[in-house]
Design a protein around this ligand. Sequence first.
Ligand code: SAH
Length: 223
Amino acid sequence: RSGRSAALRARMEERLLGARFRYLNQQLYTGSSRDAERLFRADPAAFHLYHRGFERQVRRWPERPVQRIVRYLRRRPASLVVADFGCGDCTLAASVKNKVHCFDLVPLSPRVTVCDMAKVPLAAESVDVAVFCLALMGTNLQEILGEANRVLKLGGTLMMAEVASRFEDTCAFLKAMTMLGFRTVSKDLSSSYFYVLEFTKTGPARPGPAPGLRLRPCLYKRR
Ligand code: SAH
């Protein structure tokens, strides 16, 4: 009766949310970062829905990738200035002593500077560590990583945590990263959920195409 219909309704709502999340997620991974900016500007509620879905996905994993970035930063001097591209709820900034510039499309926290990650309001060569934690969603990867290169100091660090299944050809990807001015320092491919890659900025990004710089969209199956 009323208990059962409430339960049924809750289940239906769950399903709808799941379907909307998967649809939004697909849009984010198949369009440019500018399309994502437009999407969320037009519909901020979509962003909150997206984040609820994202949280549910990541909670299933044995470890949150952002915790790996937190551990990494805690081993290094707290004086390093960090830029967190696609910071979400700012877990990273809240977990370390460093100065962290937080960028996202919608502010889940007052720390966030709202902008498209392909164009962040930071001076050239002003940060020591750039972070992309499950945030490389736009198809304009090269432009986004070029922006990270621009704001990083020479010798600065790029930390990337990405869903393992997104990598088609890790070798080709790392080779393309050298074209963008990044040398691989370490790669942890041990988790079947996500890879953690560490790069150093060796110089400015070289102009021209960087074939191999490809990530598959991360599409979730209906459960
Ligand atoms: N780094 C956080 C959040 C990951 S979810 C964590 O690990 O918990 C990916 C985030 O990237 C989302 O918050 C999404 O809004 C953001 N994002 C996606 N495209 C973006 C863009 N073009 N500019 C800025 N942020 C973007």
